[in-house]
Design a protein around this ligand. Structure first.
Ligand code: CP3
Length: 344
């Protein structure tokens, strides 16, 4: 048995103060991240250079002593490894070759052929397992198939995920082929992350909220459930965190439907609602609105305490409802950690 606080919460323990980490904790709000990113040249080189990726992963741990560290990488490395030619346009975001036809899909590599390309990510995890303090949990991750598919099909981020919705309705067989390839590749990728030292896996379904009705279960929840089941068949003790962002009231019941140990919750629902409807069936993670790390002040303290108080009756990992933004003040992050560790 380990004493790591995150693992204890994930096993269902209610702790006197919640462990804390924050999404995108290694990122542009930190001057030391910007310096390393400059040294790497561009964002993808940073992801694929193990020594530098490990360095930026460790920066927020050294500065703040978070309870967990998340591998520095990106959800779009899987399509890159499948052959989708990923690049990043500064100030705009990711670009990939689009998938518009069966011929585009046929150019992709098979799922099992991703590992040569992703070997630097596995090396980053090995370095981190050596260098992290022993109390810090190492989280590996991948995008959930639906969210990754929205970028692959459109070739970029889109406000409404329109091209992926159009394909799932108008070319269902092609869409299903894309999803099946992503499910298989994600299982292989995450299994290799665990073999390299990841202690917990998180699935990011950032665009789950744009799926409605039966499509939400079929394309967000069912693929995450399949990936979780496959990982747990290989690694029975592996804790899994699922983040179907924007699920709203559909967050209720998801521990059971996905088979996940923890459901990460965005700021679209109140902590009180989530405690009554989601935490009753297991550990939850979340859900302070990221803008409080920009604006700070008494509102940051009050809102952080409100989240802690709401979730104090069950297993909880403190986090934001979405990633920290580049304009956040590093001193507000310090303040947040002090408030959380002081308890309610
Ligand atoms: O949380 C962490 O610190 C771990 C690393 C991580 C990154 N991206 C690093 C990153 C994780 C877990 C992600 C997940 C990710 N990436 C998601 C899902 C979570 C979410 O935020 O919704 C998505 C949709 C992506 C795709 C992606 N990556 C986009 C759309 C962008 C551009 C937008 C932006 O913020 O610039 C990225 C780039 C990216 N990924 C950065 C970082 C630190 C910024 C890159 C830079 O240094 O310029």
């Amino acid at each position: 048995m380990t004493d790591k606080t995150i693992l204890r919460a994930l096993r269902g323990e209610t702790l006197p103060t919640p462990p804390i980490w924050i999404m995108r904790q290694a990122g542009r709000y930190l001057p030391e991240y910007r310096a390393t990113r400059e040294k790497a040249g561009d964002f993808l080189s940073l992801c694929y250079t193990p020594e530098l990726a490990a360095e930026v992963t460790l920066q927020p741990i050294r500065r703040y002593g978070f309870d967990a560290s998340i591998l520095f990488a990106d959800i779009l490395l899987v399509p890159d490894a499948l052959g989708a030619d990923l690049w990043f346009v500064t100030g705009e975001g990711p670009r990939l070759s689009t998938i518009e036809s069966q011929a585009d899909f046929d150019k992709l590599r098979p799922a099992h052929a991703i590992h040569d390309h992703l070997a630097p990510v596995y090396q980053t995890l090995r370095i981190l397992r050596e260098e992290l303090p022993e109390e810090t949990t190492l989280i590996g991750f991948a995008g959930a198939p639906w969210t990754v598919a929205t970028y692959m099909i459109a070739g970029r981020g889109t406000p409404d995920q329109g091209p992926a919705h159009k394909m799932r309705v108008e070319a269902p067989e092609l869409f299903e082929a894309v999803m099946e390839r992503l499910i298989d590749a994600t299982i292989d990728y995450l299994s290799a992350q665990v073999a390299a030292g990841a202690e917990v896996i998180k699935l990011f379904d950032s665009w789950a909220g744009s799926l409605e009705g039966a499509a939400f279960e079929r394309w967000s929840i069912a693929p995450m459930a399949r990936i979780t089941a496959a990982l747990k068949a290989r690694y029975p003790d592996l804790p899994v965190i699922a983040f179907p962002r924007g699920a709203g009231e559909r967050y209720a019941g998801l521990h059971g439907q996905i088979g996940a140990d923890c459901i990460a919750i965005d700021q679209g629902v109140s902590a009180e609602w989530a405690a009554a409807n989601v935490q009753i069936s297991g550990c939850v993670q979340g859900n302070l609105a990221p803008e409080h790390l920009v604006t700070g002040g008494q509102a940051l303290v009050d809102e952080a305490q409100k989240v802690m108080r709401a979730f104090s009756g069950g297993p909880h990992i403190f986090n934001l409802g979405h990633g920290i933004t580049p304009d956040a003040d590093p001193e507000n992050v310090q303040r947040l950690i002090e408030v959380v560790r002081a308890g309610i």
